[in-house]
Design a protein around this ligand. Structure first.
Ligand SMILES: [Zn+2]
Length: 443
């Protein structure tokens, strides 16, 4: 651990520190010079915010707050007290600006240093950073974190694959930080160039969604190129909160990420009601920065779907953990008042050996209450008896709504030739959106 006293603190010690920091944050914002914060917290009495249990009394921040306050409206300190600003390009309209004081940059470097150690990084390492440097927080974030750890950081940035491969070989990097897709590209080119005997031990990947299948591919490809096994670990973050280093998978327990909750308080909420869901249940990740000075966020709605679990990890860290991000709340369906995340359906479909993995869901809105149909293709030449009933039961227990399961022979469902595959279809009239001749359909 980079900072064991924080990373393995007991639950009572953690909660007492968080309660104090949260109170100070709210008091600081409520009396800041920022009109945005004074308005936003006008109905809040800072004296009543003393513990993490008081979080639900605070209003949410959203992405639109940053856009509306562009460029400096959410600053809680004078602009002259900041030493850096990053920007992210919005999908529409203005970019969002995120500013940092010197202390904020120190926190950013520290949480990234902790993240690198989570992946197995050491102060003696050479760390090759192939994230883009610039307005994007990835490159500089990993760079400062690596330096804070004491590693020798190579600011390779993106592009120029041949030079990157030469440096990875000649400087014998132990760690590589990059997007998973760029990591795969580098591995393919390195294999084609006959590169062998690297010193690489770990990859730190993030900034784009990546699956367990991608992890397997990345680890296998880089292990071939290295003298030792290479692990790939997921780093999570977003510029609105600080950048990468909000949460990180450890070497010992892949699949969930430690949230550095002495700086970032996580909550998981039902995105349609805004109330908390029990630990282990999927919902929207909401984050509060309790130590940031320049531009804090309070209960920031990330739109990322995950679940939260508590308890000490095998690595010894006591931070709560989030599951790897399982999609966006924008993809959520509401069926008979229940939130359904398409990813949950995919999990059941991919676990069933009798299916070939092709599937589609139809939200049927012809009646007042929407109904859900799951269509899937079987791998065998004929449909195994009882399979539809079994899948129906598995899906019902997972989703808490009962879908109608329809099985089809191989190749029956529509395929997407270009771009992202379409999984969700809507039905409002007699036209079958899947274009199938469904003999079971009563209509
Ligand atoms: Zn761990």
């Amino acid at each position: 651990m980079f900072r064991p006293e924080a990373e393995s603190a007991s639950e009572p010690a953690r909660r007492s520190l968080q309660g104090r920091a949260l109170h100070e944050l709210v008091a600081h914002l409520a009396r800041s010079r920022s009109e945005f914060w004074r308005d936003h917290l006008a109905a809040v009495d800072p004296d009543e915010i003393r513990s993490v249990d008081d979080l639900p009394a605070l209003p949410f921040n959203q992405k639109s707050d940053l856009r509306d306050a562009y460029p400096w409206g959410m600053l809680a300190v004078p602009r002259s007290s900041t030493i850096r600003a990053h920007a992210s390009s919005g999908t529409s309209g203005k970019p969002t600006i995120v500013a940092y004081t010197a202390r904020d940059i120190g926190i950013f470097a520290e949480v990234v240093a902790r993240s690198i150690v989570c992946a197995g990084g050491l102060a003696d390492d050479v760390l090759h950073v192939a994230y883009g440097y610039g307005l994007f927080t990835g490159g500089l974030g990993l760079h400062y974190g690596g330096e804070r750890l004491g590693a020798t950081v190579i600011p390779a940035s993106g592009g120029n694959v041949e030079l990157q491969l030469q440096l990875l070989t000649d400087l014998q990097a132990h760690g590589l930080a990059c997007t998973p897709s760029f990591g795969m590209l580098l591995a393919e080119r390195a294999a084609a160039a006959g590169i062998r005997d690297l010193s690489l031990r770990y990859l730190i990947c993030g900034a784009e969604p990546w699956s367990e299948g991608m992890r397997t591919k990345l680890e296998a490809a880089w292990t071939q190129l290295s003298r030792q096994p290479v692990i790939a670990r997921d780093i999570y973050g977003l510029s609105e909160v600080i950048g990468p280093g909000v949460a990180m998978e450890c070497a010992e327990s892949p699949g969930s990420l430690h949230v550095f909750d002495d700086h970032f308080l996580p909550e998981v909420l039902d995105p349609s009601t805004g109330s908390r869901v029990p630990d282990g249940q999927r919902g929207e990740l909401v984050l509060t920065t309790i130590t940031k000075e320049a531009q804090p966020v309070v209960r920031y709605r990330t739109g990322d779907v995950t679940s939260l679990r508590r308890g000490t990890c095998t690595c010894g860290r006591t931070h709560p953990r989030i599951a790897r991000i399982e999609g966006r709340t924008d993809d959520m369906l509401i069926i008979r008042g229940v939130n359904v995340f398409p990813r949950e359906i995919e999990t059941v479909i991919l676990e069933a050996e009798e299916l070939n993995g092709a599937y589609a869901m139809v939200v049927d809105r012809r009646e007042t209450l929407a109904a859900l149909e799951i269509h899937a293709e079987v791998a065998a030449p004929s449909v195994p008896s009882g399979l539809a009933d079994r899948l129906g039961r598995d899906l019902t227990s997972r989703l808490r709504v009962t879908p109608r399961v329809v099985l089809h022979p191989q190749g029956a469902l529509p395929r997407t030739a270009v771009g992202k595959v379409q999984r969700v279809y809507h039905r409002d009239d007699a036209t079958d959106p899947l274009g199938l001749d469904d003999p079971d359909d009563d209509c």
